[in-house]
Design a protein around this ligand. Structure first.
Ligand SMILES: Cc1cc2nc3c(=O)[nH]c(=O)nc-3n(C[C@H](O)[C@H](O)[C@H](O)COP(=O)(O)O)c2cc1C
Length: 218
């Protein structure tokens, strides 16, 4: 499609490109990040992708903090270590041993981190009155847009959820009513794996369509 197309029809090739980007998107951890700083124009594109995401009632309840400062990232890496130690003993003995061998973040190895917050609107939001969590889900839509745009620019993103959200908020001086939704590690990579690492390591298997798309009509 070109920008002069009036009715926004995409070609088969466009659709194939999107499919390829979705299939090639990976969660990137510290072992693959390069320290090279991200070009500002590319970061702008990743943020523009976030801001074009769908949101309940067009509430756009997202906020972002870009973090490059090493001392701040070290504080968050420390929170990861504490939470990760707690997590490893929640699994059975065999899984626990495997868990401890996994690399599950790239907070210091990536040159840039992004904290993504939910900024709840005061008062009712169209579409969110019966299901309050819809605001948070809207923020997740923004994260997915960022992840895909980054991949199309050959930039890796890793989502780190093994942190204490209150410690992250304190480290970033985030307002009390904000809620941490995602902590992202962002950077160029030496390579993208062709499969999820957790699949390669037999932690979980890829589900097949027939397992999750239930047949039957109602
Ligand atoms: C909500 C969410 C939280 C995640 N948190 C972590 C995390 O803390 N550490 C980690 O290594 N990966 C994390 N991931 C990445 C998943 O492990 C990864 O998406 C999954 O293994 C599939 O791999 P892929 O993203 O490369 O396809 C998270 C992903 C999502 C969607």
């Amino acid at each position: 499609m070109t920008s002069t197309d009036k009715n926004q029809q995409f070609t088969f090739e466009n659709s194939e490109t999107l499919r390829q980007i979705m299939n090639a998107r990976r969660d990137v951890r510290g072992n693959r990040f390069l320290p090279t700083p991200i070009h500002q124009e590319e970061l702008d594109k990743i943020y523009a992708a976030a801001l074009s995401a769908p949101s309940v009632g067009f509430s756009q309840p997202w906020e972002f903090i870009t973090i490059t400062d090493r001392a701040v990232r070290q504080t968050i890496a420390d929170s990861f270590s504490t939470e990760n130690d707690k997590a490893s003993i929640m699994f059975d003995a065999q899984k626990s041993q495997q868990y401890q061998s996994l690399k599950l973040e790239g907070i210091l190895q990536s040159p840039l981190n992004i904290a993504v917050f939910y900024n709840p609107k005061k008062g009712p939001v169209l579409g969110q009155t019966s299901m309050p969590e819809m605001g948070r889900y809207s923020v997740v839509c923004a994260v997915q847009n960022m992840w895909l745009m980054a991949r199309s620019l050959n930039i890796g993103i890793g989502w780190v959820s093994i942190v204490n959200p209150e410690h992250v908020k304190t480290a970033l001086y985030a307002p009390q009513d904000r809620e941490l939704i995602a902590y992202l590690c962002v950077g160029y990579v030496d390579k993208f794996y062709d499969k999820p690492e957790l699949e390669t390591l037999n932690w979980e298997a890829r589900k097949q369509a027939q397992q999750v798309i239930l047949n039957g009509s109602y």
